[in-house]
Design a protein around this ligand. Structure first.
Ligand SMILES: Cc1cc2nc3c(=O)[nH]c(=O)nc-3n(C[C@H](O)[C@H](O)[C@H](O)COP(=O)(O)O)c2cc1C
Length: 438
């Protein structure tokens, strides 16, 4: 017997010149600022009945690799990057059923602005807005907001807990029946159902109510990514979906089981969160073509070692560009106040390797290697989900073009649908309902 139906998400690496300089990326160097590409991405994923597209974000031009911005600007690494909420709205207007999930960092948005922004996106999307709740992890980003640095790792989560109390209060500040729209009696909204929240905590102070009105979903869908114990605890308390990077089936299962145990401890139903595992399959029309594509990807990984390391510097704040690439990695002590879990996995995976060798594995396959035809990869995904227990996959592709997108949306997904593993139609109008349907 195969796996139960599972969910699909796409990790869209921000509104940036995707795959610039790589094959089949069109005229992205000229067209990157236009809405066409994100619209095409959202439409293709909706055609394939994805639950959601998550728009990654960061709000600075990095210089972590070697102390200057050159490698990032030369290679269009997460730069330029447009505002994710605007791009979310572009995607919303191009689609009707798929969930749209911009990343917005709690350190950068006062909670009132965030609650209003996400509330408005939920309204204009007819209940399809999600929020990728991140705390922020970069010193450079902090400096764009008048801060010397980010707060310490666990304090960030403590602040985020309080932040959630504020935004939830604001989203709940309009009762479900507060808009009465009664022209005969001259009443638009029932003032008794709209309340201030008068929140006063350790970090935030907000009066409320929200002025943008109630949300179709009540609250937006919450996505969460932090993989540390503290991050998983946060997800267990607040999230409906978790995006996860773990090495291999055993680690995937352990991660998901841990989130589910924490949810039960919090008094939540573990089925009310969907853990999606990052993958980057190599798809060919035949097995030999897939192998050829894999060889090409490995070759590109070697050519792109510096670009991948620069990206990794960006998320860990570690200046890899100042290290000797041919020195063994194990001899160095690496610490970060950024993405701790990613750094731990990188170090564990690359014991005994040089930095150059380790770099080739960055930005690679995700949680598991998937190589083959649409039918054979669908079978591998079936097996993986049977072993892990759920809840689905989050696709990423650092060579995202209309071609690689179609390989998934019009190649792999129909093969999954044929096996009865992913949906062929959306049952509900709203995002959370579709996400929690199975
Ligand atoms: C798959 C994945 C996607 C992420 N996307 C973003 C993002 O778009 N923006 C951001 O600021 N942080 C992002 N993060 C970082 C997390 O929100 C978090 O700050 C980081 O993982 C450190 O938390 P941790 O120590 O709990 O793992 C992402 C992390 C993962 C694993």
């Amino acid at each position: 017997m195969g796996a139960d139906m599972f969910h699909l998400g796409w990790f869209f690496e921000g509104a940036s010149p995707q795959a610039w300089g790589r094959p089949f990326s069109g005229a992205i160097g000229r067209d990157w600022m236009k809405p066409d590409f994100p619209m095409d991405v959202a439409r293709a994923l909706e055609r394939a009945r994805f639950d959601y597209v998550l728009i990654e974000d960061s709000s600075y031009v990095a210089d972590a690799y070697r102390g200057d911005m050159e490698v990032y600007l030369r290679n269009a690494i997460a730069t330029p990057r447009q505002d994710p909420a605007v791009v979310a709205n572009v995607m919303i207007q191009a689609t009707s059923r798929i969930g749209i999930v911009p990343t917005l960092a709690t350190f950068a948005y006062p909670p009132y602005i965030l609650a209003r922004l996400m509330g408005t996106l939920d309204q204009v999307s007819n209940g399809r807005a999600g929020w990728n709740m991140v705390t922020g992890s970069s010193t450079r980003a902090a400096q764009n907001f008048g801060l010397a640095d980010q707060a310490e790792h666990d304090i960030r989560y403590e602040m985020a807990d309080e932040y959630m109390a504020v935004v939830n209060g604001l989203w709940d500040s309009w009762g479900p029946g507060s808009i009465v729209d009664d022209e005969e009696n001259g009443v638009f909204a029932d003032f008794k159902q709209v309340k201030t929240i008068d929140f006063e905590g350790k970090y935030y102070k907000v009066r409320g109510p929200l002025n943008s009105g109630p949300l179709p979903q009540g609250r937006p869908t919450i996505a969460q990514a932090g993989g540390s114990a503290r991050g998983r605890q946060f997800a267990a308390e607040h999230a409906q979906t978790v995006v996860c990077v773990a090495n291999g089936l055993a680690a995937m299962k352990a991660y998901r089981d841990d989130v589910r145990v924490r949810m039960a401890q919090e008094g939540r139903n573990p089925n009310d969160v969907k853990v999606l595992f990052l993958i980057n399959p190599v798809i060919g029309a035949t097995e030999s073509e897939a192998q050829e594509r894999l060889d090409q990807r490995m070759q590109a990984a070697i050519e792109m070692a510096e670009i991948r390391l620069a990206h990794f510097s960006k998320i860990t704040n570690i200046p890899f560009g100042e290290f000797d690439l041919d020195e063994p990695l194990g001899d160095r002590e690496l610490k970060t106040n950024g993405h701790q879990q990613s750094l731990e996995q990188f170090v564990a995976r690359n014991k005994g390797k040089t930095l150059r060798e380790a770099a080739a594995g960055l930005g690679g396959s995700g949680c598991i290697d998937l190589v083959g035809t649409p039918a054979s990869i669908a079978a591998q995904m079936d097996e993986a989900m049977t072993e892990v227990g759920g809840d689905g996959f989050l696709f990423v592709n650092d060579e995202l073009s209309r071609r690689t997108l179609a390989e998934v949306a019009d190649g792999l997904i129909p093969a999954l649908q044929k096996r009865g593993l992913t949906r062929t139609h959306y049952t509900h109008e709203q995002f959370t309902d579709n996400l929690l349907e199975f």
